[in-house]
Design a protein around this ligand. Structure first.
Ligand SMILES: Nc1nc2c(c(=O)[nH]1)N[C@H]1C(S)=C(S)[C@@H](COP(=O)(O)O)O[C@H]1N2
Ligand SMILES: [Mo]
Length: 326
């Protein structure tokens, strides 16, 4: 039985020692503390009392191909310090430094376009109606680094179904929050993106059971730098498809323009499926650097087709030339 989420009603500014205790208890309950993978990484995943609020969720079970990998988890500190979130700057550590300037409470998501019941949903309403589960996924950035992240979330289709997509809908478009005063990267001279950050999926990709809306990682709500309070995770695609801090979703008949494709269409495609055989014009995609990685221990591993999820997703692209639709 999946447990229900209790979304924290307390703003982080009012956190008391009581919540520190509750957090620890909920991690124990969720089987995170003391679970073999987490225990093996020891103190490396950082102080469990920093970051988000505890979530109630169904832990990932070994043997579940939709949710589990035997690979070592990337420590919490690496996941939360080494980020791409250009709204806060292009440096890998900029999001960890500046994303706290973004207000994430209250938050709502608007869903429109080709749906029978368009509308706006407050995050608490949404979360009170979904069952949260843990999904341990590989994340492969187009820049050839990767991580293994224990997300907490729910399948995107659970949200889409509530708005009743029309038969004519074939694509889904997503938008990130755009608030200049809270996002210093969007105010920067060197900012190259036409904000807000936009992404898209084909409807069948969006409805695939692997496609997740994440609200947490390592058992706690997402740190802002990782896309709080709600971000997409599409594990068989390059990381830039996994759009953060979503405020709007539209169902469409035509393929939407996306941020990276608009910026450099020769380098970043709409599909962006992880594929070691299709190189980026400026570098090979055959290998990746699995974090944590260092000069002395580069931790270089071969990249897998569809990031290792071919068995689950290859059928979505049966008749497509993956070199052309990169
Ligand atoms: N809004 C927004 N979403 C984004 C990005 C971004 O710059 N802005 N970067 C993307 C890229 S390139 C990657 S690799 C992943 C990184 O997610 P992480 O920082 O949580 O590991 O987020 C993606 N989602
Ligand atoms: Mo990326």
């Amino acid at each position: 039985m999946a447990r229900r989420l209790r979304y924290p009603a307390i703003p982080s500014s009012e956190i008391t020692p009581e919540s520190v205790y509750l957090r620890r208890r909920s991690l124990l309950k969720a089987g995170i503390v003391g679970a073999s993978a987490a225990a093996a990484s020891g103190p490396a995943w950082g102080d469990p009392d920093t970051g988000g609020e505890p979530l109630d969720y169904q832990p990932a079970k070994p043997g579940n191909p939709l949710a589990y990998t035997e690979e070592a988890l990337t420590p919490y500190g690496d996941i939360t310090r080494y980020c791409n979130f250009y709204e806060f700057g292009t440096g890998k550590e900029d999001p960890a430094r500046y994303a706290h300037e973004m207000t994430v409470d209250p938050w709502s998501i608007e869903v429109g376009g080709a749906v029978a019941r368009p509308g706006k949903l407050h995050l608490e309403d949404l979360l009170s109606r979904v069952d949260l589960e843990e999904r341990i996924y590989r994340l492969r950035c187009v820049e050839a680094w990767s991580m293994v992240i224990p997300w907490v979330g729910f399948p995107l289709h659970a949200l889409l179904d509530r708005f009743e997509p029309l038969g004519s809908a074939r694509f889904v478009a997503f938008r990130t929050l755009y608030r200049r005063e809270e996002m210093r990267g969007t105010r920067s001279f060197s900012s190259i993106i036409d904000w807000p950050y936009r992404e898209g999926l084909r409807l069948d990709e969006a409805r695939h059971p692997l496609t997740l809306l994440a609200v947490g990682l390592y058992g706690k709500t997402l740190p802002n730098q990782n896309g709080a309070p709600l971000r997409l995770v599409v594990p068989w695609k390059y990381g830039f498809k996994s759009i953060k801090s979503i405020v709007r979703i539209d169902l469409l008949e035509e393929q939407p323009a996306t941020s990276w494709q608009s910026l450099a269409p020769d380098e970043y495609g709409f599909y962006a499926n992880v594929n070691p055989e299709v190189d980026h014009p400026r570098w090979s995609q055959k290998f990746e650097r699995r974090l944590p990685s260092s000069f002395l221990r580069p931790n270089r591993i071969p990249t897998q087709l569809f990031n290792g999820y071919a068995e689950q997703v290859a059928s979505l692209y049966r008749d497509m030339d993956l070199t052309r639709y990169y």
